[in-house]
Design a protein around this ligand. Structure first.
Ligand SMILES: *Cc1c(COP(=O)(O)O)cnc(C)c1O
Length: 386
């Protein structure tokens, strides 16, 4: 049955397509190689780096959820970001946001240093900086909205329109929201990128990536490169991710329901100095979030009173939240951007980027929200004790 309902697409991916045994859930195809039907007679698949039925299933469902024509499954989110660089030659310009994911920043700056392309790093919310960058006729502009860890947003539709006029392709890293909460292709983007490690798999047990293109020929070109370089995702990871993706909409519903309560709780807490969450009316990107997202997500960060000592006490007393990087899994995670995800940045650079020492990031999980709140309550109280 043809449908445009995302929850149905996610659950039904590959279901009941087995022609041999009637297996409801398609088998995982671990074979590296596939026989020819006969001499010079090809089948759909020949070698698993190039194509694999399990991976193809995942590629198809992610492309469909994003409303794209072609999906490519890569070994990691970083290899998905590396893959899109293949369309750039040494004279082409790539524009990235100054507050993009740290791994992306590292990748693009180091490739640019080697002369693989020209790189411009800007604040994409600054109209002058954006106009200046687009005047240089870049080939590709990468957006990331919301950003990490301050949940800054950019107006995807507006930037896509301006980029199109300048002849630039737009790629959006949609990792923080997933296609259930934001669909960049429908806002004018050409490419969507995911670290499927996060919400799409959602169980913190697979590292993977995906690239989805609106245009079939661009997808064809990138799929060619993915095989050429050898960065396609494994069958096992694809199988696991297919399993995870089925529950993405209901996971997100619970993630967001819990997050609403966490935000309301933190907002009323005297030890909390600031909260960064797009669902808050006083958040800088709130209006953009309402316009371009189908939900506010389950990532947030906040600052607490009491300096380093309070931060240390909070982390010493948090129990349910696990102190770890990453995000988007069913379990609640807590992290300290300054010493963890953004430790590669000098303190001055962190401060310039708005990342203070007392900033704490949460990836709110789907545990019972009363336990989540009790844990925060206990740790926050401990953080303020003298
Ligand atoms: C985690 C992450 C990546 C990198 O993905 P990996 O799967 O860790 O390689 C890229 N972009 C964003 C926004 C991320 O959160």
């Amino acid at each position: 049955m043809k449908t445009d309902k995302l929850a149905t697409i996610a659950v039904r991916a590959g279901i009941n397509t087995d022609q041999h045994h009637g297996a409801v859930v398609p088998a995982m195809h671990l074979s590296t190689t596939y026989s020819l039907k006969g001499f010079k007679e090809k089948r759909d698949f020949d070698y698993s780096r190039t194509g694999n039925p399990t991976r193809a299933n995942l590629a198809e469902v992610i492309a469909e959820l994003e409303g794209g024509s072609r999906g490519i499954i890569t070994s990691t989110g970083m290899s998905a970001l590396h893959l899109i660089c293949q369309i750039l030659s040494s004279n082409d310009t790539l524009v990235i946001p100054h507050d993009c994911y740290g791994g992306s920043y590292r990748l693009f700056t180091h490739l640019a240093e080697r002369g693989q392309f020209k790189l411009i790093v800007i604040d994409q919310n600054n109209a002058d900086e954006l106009a200046g960058a687009l005047a240089l006729k870049p080939k590709l502009i990468l957006l990331e909205s919301p950003s990490n860890p301050l949940l800054r947003l950019v107006d995807i539709k507006a930037i896509c329109a301006k980029s199109k006029q300048a002849g630039a392709l737009v790629a959006v890293d949609n990792t923080f929201l997933s296609p259930f909460l934001q669909k960049p292709l429908s806002l004018g983007a050409d490419i969507v990128i995911h670290s499927t490690t996060k919400f799409i798999n959602g169980h913190s047990d697979v590292v993977g990536g995906a690239v989805v293109t609106k245009d079939d020929s661009l997808g064809e070109e990138l799929a060619w490169w993915a095989n050429c370089i050898g960065i396609t995702g494994s069958a096992f990871d694809s199988f696991m991710t297919l399993r995870g993706i089925k529950t993405l909409p209901i996971r997100l519903r619970q993630h967001q329901e819990n997050t609403d309560k966490v935000v309301a709780y933190l907002k009323a807490h005297p030890a909390v100095e600031a909260i960064y969450y797009p669902g808050l009316e006083d958040h800088l990107g709130h209006e953009i979030a309402k316009a371009q997202q189908m939900g506010f997500g389950s990532m947030l960060s906040f600052e607490i009173k009491g300096g380093d000592e309070a931060v240390t006490k909070l982390f010493a007393n948090i129990e349910l939240f696990t102190l770890a990087q990453s995000l988007g899994g069913v379990e609640s995670l807590i992290s300290h951007p300054s010493s963890m995800t953004h430790a590669g940045m000098a303190i001055e650079a962190q401060i310039a980027a708005g990342i203070k020492q007392n900033l704490i990031r949460l990836s709110v999980g789907i545990e019972d929200v009363e336990d989540i709140l009790a844990d925060l309550d206990n740790a926050l109280a401990a953080s303020q004790r003298v």
